[in-house]
Design a protein around this ligand. Structure first.
Ligand code: FAD
Ligand code: SF4
Ligand code: SF4
Length: 488
């Protein structure tokens, strides 16, 4: 092992510097600065090169973390990049937005007492450097195959699958109802966590690789949409990677007042404006308003911090459990607090006040009760616990469920679970329709980018295998994906 490693005993943990809260409130740029080469090397050298690396075990991609840390510590960055990109399609994206405290870093064995190795920041540094140095190249196929695959959804699951399938030689066509590539990476997650040009440079690589994008093209049964059946006829195999978009709602008196909006509508408009689109924000603009965000997950964190940047008068986050029990990342809560967000823990909305437009939220103080069957503490209302918060914009960030695809797509043969997620064979990723596969949030329910990448890569391997099986003893169909279908 390199003499440089194991320095955690003498070198304290350091994340890349963060811009001052006052400065970052004024823009949508990322808040973390880059590591210098020396900082990256020193931080990487803190790793103790475990024989059984728990960091890798708890990384959904099984990244070979100790190896790329050691190579970084030794200044062998091109090799570090080669190792890192072998298991992760978008390492620089995961390095920025994975909840590392729950995954790799949270399971680093030196975490206790010494603080974990800053795995995410080093991962980001390696690939950002690789882009800068021109080491990142499109994964060109060694030979062209005549088989074609249609992918529905240009989010991380669809893109990861597209990259792998194209590298294998298949003709790959990605369809998305949005006008840009990236799914939630572009229209959900704000620029202060992931700048948009990071996603755009990946799109360019995929295009260079020969992946064909059909944007502003929905799959469905409405006017102008391509049906699943048409797509299945057009391609040798189809992958559904459509994510989950049905917002969970909150009820109660006044829930229909104007000024109460859905998180993703709010974030999409904000992201579009950051991208330079001229979209009328209307009620989806927090400037000068008292904003209340309901929820405690990543989406709620993104909404509160967006509202701050839009110039809200005040921003409060209402969550029915306490800080220790919230699903959002601890790091993001800290960032939000620094930027001026006030968290109102143990509080649930009971009613929305106002005549036509919301003017306030009546909330109920909650307290934690005994653990339920899952071990999670239940919540119950505090007696006499009602209170009112002033609000002229309320953003609901209560999570997402799948859209009812069999109905929307008039595809009764597409089997879904009781939660509406698409059912697949766990090993093969194949749905109830032969030759149609599914991956990402539409199978798992709302999850993480890193899991979408993992599923996309695994599904691609299964699609490749399946196409191979179909062509044993017969000619590849070589369906002409460029042939026009009725809806286009
Ligand atoms: P998506 O990214 O949702 O992509 C699906 C694509 O399919 C979209 O482009 C959509 O337009 C397209 N599509 C849908 N239906 C159709 C149709 N009928 N026809 C054509 N195209 C269609 N995860 C993290 O790891 N870290 C974070 O910090 C984080 N923050 C988040 C913040 C927000 C606000 C949200 C909402 C989610 C966040 N997540 C985060 C979760 C993460 O974004 C998702 O788990 C991930 O994007 C899922 O990838 P996917 O490819 O399955 O779906
Ligand atoms: Fe950690 Fe995510 Fe990178 Fe895996 S992909 S090493 S979990 S930051
Ligand atoms: Fe290094 Fe921590 Fe992973 Fe061990 S668990 S190999 S110390 S990063």
């Amino acid at each position: 092992m390199s003499a440089k490693m194991l320095s955690f005993v003498s070198v304290p943990q350091a994340q890349p510097p963060r811009r001052e809260a006052g400065e970052r409130r004024g823009d949508f740029d990322e808040i973390y600065e880059d590591f210098t080469p020396a900082q990256a090397g020193t931080q990487a050298s803190r790793c103790s090169q475990c024989g059984v690396p728990f960091c890798s075990i708890h990384c959904p991609l099984g990244n070979n973390i100790p190896d790329w840390l050691m190579l970084t510590a030794e200044g062998r960055l091109e090799e570090a990049y080669a190792v890192s990109q072998a298991t992760n399609t978008f390492p620089e994206i995961c390095g920025r937005i994975c909840p590392q405290d729950r995954l790799c870093e949270g399971n680093c064995v030196i975490e206790k007492g010494f603080e974990s190795v800053t795995i995410g920041a080093v991962e980001r540094y390696i690939t950002d450097t690789a882009f800068e140095k021109g080491w990142v190249k499109p994964a060109m196929p060694v030979r062209e195959l005549s088989s074609s695959v249609g992918i529905i959804g240009a989010g991380p699951a669809g893109l990861a699958a597209a990259e792998r399938l194209r590298a294998t030689g298949h003709q790959v066509h990605v369809y998305d109802r949005h006008d840009r590539v990236g799914g939630l990476l572009i229209y959900g997650i704000p620029g202060f966590k992931l700048e948009k040009d990071i996603v755009a440079r990946r799109e360019k690589l995929l295009q260079d690789q020969g992946v064909v994008f059909h944007l502003s093209q929905a799959i469905g049964s409405g006017e102008g949409e391509i049906t699943l059946k048409q797509l299945r006829e057009r391609h040798d195999a189809v992958l559904i990677a459509t994510g989950v978009y049905k917002a969970r709602e909150t009820g109660g008196p006044g829930a229909g007042l104007s000024g109460i909006v859905r998180a993703l509508d709010y974030l999409t408009v904000s992201n579009r404006r950051s991208l330079g689109d001229e979209v009328p924000a209307g009620e989806l603009d927090a400037a000068g308003k008292d904003v209340v965000v309901i929820g405690g997950g990543d989406t709620a964190m993104d909404c509160v911090r967006t509202a701050i940047r839009q110039g809200a008068r005040s921003v409060k986050c209402l969550y029915r459990r306490d800080r220790a029990n919230m699903p959002g990342s601890v790091r993001e809560v800290k960032n939000a607090e620094e930027e001026g967000v006030e968290f109102v823990w143990l509080a649930a909305p009971e009613a929305f006040l106002g005549d036509e437009t919301v003017t306030g939220v009546r909330a109920q103080r909650m307290r934690l009760g005994l653990p339920d069957a899952t071990g999670r503490q239940s919540i119950e209302p505090e007696p006499d616990g009602l209170f009112t918060i002033k609000a002229d914009l309320v953003i609901k960030a209560l999570g997402f469920d799948p859209e009812p695809l069999p109905e929307l797509w008039q595809a009764a043969d597409l089997e879904v679970s009781r939660w509406g997620t698409v059912k697949v064979d766990r090993e093969r990723f194949e749905t109830s329709i032969p030759g149609v596969f599914a991956a990402g949030d539409i199978v798992r329910g709302a999850s993480l980018v890193v899991w979408a990448i993992r599923d996309g890569r695994d599904a691609a391997a299964q699609i490749d295998r399946w196409i191979g099986e179909q062509t044993v003893g017969e000619q590849v169909t070589g369906k002409q994906a460029s042939a026009p279908v009725a809806a286009e």
